[in-house]
Design a protein around this ligand. Structure first.
Ligand SMILES: Nc1ncnc2c1ncn2[C@@H]1O[C@H](COP(=O)(O)OP(=O)(O)OP(=O)(O)O)[C@@H](O)[C@H]1O
Length: 609
């Protein structure tokens, strides 16, 4: 109901207090993101990782504070609906010239849904879709940095322009040899421009803040010529002498997608107008949903909001049914999907079999650990939702049976909103990108090797080799990031669109530094030797890498590839050495691009410190 008059002073005060709460949030978020530059310059990697982790909690803290203030100063929860309607309209008014209106709307939703009891809950009070446009927002302050800078080189001045692009960021640390690196970037860019006529609009556009994550800083931009646009990114790292180097020149949508993958930690970027950053990034990766771009920029709540809007929109424009996800069912999670939609939905079961010695709280804690940890491109990010309603008519009966059997505490079915149609409400669930489970991926390849014609069989053999090598690499990346995956069976990994192998089963995850990697003791007697049982003492965090083989290497072709590339994973010394390195304070290097993309002069120097 649209109020005719805005005559409630308390409504205005509520709107203003709400916006104060958001502005405080964004100021602190931005300060922490901007400080990434200094941490990078000072090579303070532990602080960088800590900040990445802690920043995730900022939003919920500010929402809680805003709720307390609104309750204390305005008894917000007791205000009549008329006042809330007016508060929303005042809020819209206050956002007209705001630089982050979409984030501020989401903040309003978060606070309002906490204050107004869910049963009163009515979409009139929140922003179901944006009320204030995010297009063409500009910062008019004279000293304001633009969202991106444009450079207009010719072929002859491209080198100096590349140098200028980098020096404009004013990093307070010396480059080892910027001219040499700019030359390498020039060569990479020139290779893209061979035989291409440069048009009147030839230019390089570069986002004016660097993107920081872990030990790297990234220049992100695009080359524009005529109607063509080529996205690029330049990773800047510290070399083993502590000098700065440009490590590579990444090009095109696929490279950028890898950099911005859902399986990596969020970037730190100093942004006044995030919507403008998202718009620019979307032009580089048109197929990446805007929600995922917001999330990659650390604005995870906005990512979640947009995901949910996209999801509702997809539901309206599709007619297929939710079903139990293909693959081996989990013991801890009940997983379902909608075939037409590229995500899976995971519900924690009410009871676990005896070999899963865990609780709902512990499982949630593990998922949270993954959210806050550097996911190094090898662990899928999850979105966590509570009280999600789906139309009953879209659920397949087998799935509903499974939910009733396995997770009845999480389920409510009925016409809860009184619209004459039944809903299925799930109390708590995680949503993550759908991948092809690695066991299914391998089984399909084995099938093709056996039954396909020679060309198909040969391709399938390559597929197996690639998947097994990637699987081992995934485990090694996790190890370097201090993660012991716990359950390393093939079914707990998935294959992404780009053929990357990513882990998704988090309930048995541990920090590597908390585990004890041991060799299987030598048998002392013949009985011990012959016994099929484990005869030695095993502590709760004891891991015996030699014992992985029987679970993983049943198939001879898998075994052959695995032993050729990753036999070290079966050696306790491999694990123990990594554990000790991490204990000693070493922060691993993560390259969100293939090693062969690195400029040669750096690859020769070895990995940066
Ligand atoms: N992101 C995903 N994409 C596609 N399928 C998935 C995904 N996540 C889970 N699955 C499917 O659901 C199954 C169970 O998922 P998951 O491994 O997370 O559950 P779990 O209960 O933790 O398993 P476990 O019993 O091994 O501990 C997987 O084997 C796989 O078939």
């Amino acid at each position: 109901m649209f109020p005719q008059r805005l005559d409630s002073p308390v409504a205005y005060a509520i709107a203003q207090a709400m916006l104060d709460g958001f502005d405080l949030h964004y100021r602190l978020f931005r300060q922490e993101s901007a400080a990434a530059k200094q941490r990078f310059e000072q090579a303070d990697w532990h602080a960088q990782q800590r900040a990445q982790r802690e920043r995730i909690a900022f939003y919920d803290k500010r929402v809680r504070e805003a709720v307390v203030r609104l309750e204390q100063e305005f008894q917000a929860g007791k205000q009549p609906m008329e006042v809330w309607h007016q508060a929303k309209l005042h809020y819209i008014g206050l956002l007209i010239n705001h630089h982050q209106p979409e984030l501020a709307e989401t903040f309003f939703n978060s606070v309002t849904t906490k204050i107004l009891h869910r049963t009163y809950f009515n979409n009139d009070f929140i922003f179901v879709r944006p009320a204030v446009s995010t297009e063409f927002i500009e910062n008019e302050e004279p000293a304001a940095a633009p969202t991106y800078r444009a450079y207009y080189p010719t072929r002859d001045t491209l080198l100096e322009n590349i140098e200028r692009i980098v020096t404009n960021f004013q990093l307070r640390r010396e480059f080892d040899d910027l001219r040499r690196d700019a030359q390498a970037v020039l060569e990479a860019m020139s290779a893209r421009l061979v035989g291409v006529k440069l048009r009147a609009n030839f230019q390089v556009q570069v986002l004016s803040s660097l993107f920081f994550r872990n030990k790297g800083a990234y220049v992100v931009g695009k080359l524009i010529n005529g109607f063509n646009e080529v996205p690029f990114a330049l990773p800047i790292l510290h070399d083993d002498q502590g000098k700065l180097v440009i490590d590579a020149c990444l090009f095109g949508e696929d490279d950028l997608q890898m950099l911005f993958s859902f399986a990596r930690a969020y970037f730190m970027v100093d942004m006044e107008i995030p919507a403008a950053y998202v718009q620019f990034l979307r032009s580089l990766m048109p197929r990446k949903p805007r929600g995922e771009i917001y999330t990659a920029l650390g604005l995870a709540k906005q990512g979640k909001t947009l995901f949910y809007r996209d999801f509702l929109y997809h539901l309206k424009h599709s007619s297929d049914r939710f079903r139990v996800a293909p693959g081996i069912p989990g013991m801890v999670m009940l997983v379902f999907d909608l075939p037409s939609f590229p995500y899976v939905f995971k519900v924690i079961k009410d009871h676990f079999p005896p070999q899963k010695d865990t609780t709902r709280e512990q499982v949630q804690a593990k998922y949270l650990l993954v959210k806050q940890h550097d996911r190094v491109g090898r662990m899928a990010d999850t979105l966590e939702y509570s009280v999600v309603a789906f139309a009953r008519s879209r659920f397949d009966d087998a799935l509903l049976d499974a939910l009733q059997r396995e997770a009845p505490s999480q389920l409510e079915i009925g016409d809860l909103d009184g619209d004459g149609h039944e809903e299925v409400v799930i109390k708590h669930l995680y949503i993550e990108r759908r991948m092809i489970p690695l066991n299914i991926y391998l089984a399909e390849a084995f099938d093709a090797i056996e039954h396909g014609d020679p060309a198909i069989a040969a391709a399938a053999r390559e597929q197996v080799e690639h998947a097994v090598v990637e699987y081992g690499n995934a485990i090694k990346d996790l190890v370097a990031a201090n993660i012991f995956p716990g359950d390393m069976l093939w079914k707990n990994f998935g294959v992404t669109r780009n053929g990357k192998v990513v882990f998704y089963d988090y309930d048995e995850i541990e920090y590597l530094t908390d585990c004890n990697f041991r060799a299987v003791p030598k048998a002392r007697t013949e009985e011990e030797e012959m016994s099929g049982e484990v005869w030695y003492q095993v502590g709760p965090r004891d891991i015996f890498p030699e014992t992985f083989a029987p679970f993983l290497l049943g198939n001879p072709s898998v075994k052959e590839v695995f032993l050729r590339h990753h036999a070290d994973l079966l050696d306790p010394a491999f694990w123990q050495t990594h554990k000790e390195r991490i204990r000693a304070g070493h922060v691993h290097d993560v390259f969100p691009y293939e090693q062969d993309k690195r400029f040669e002069h750096h690859a020769l120097q070895g990995a940066p410190a």
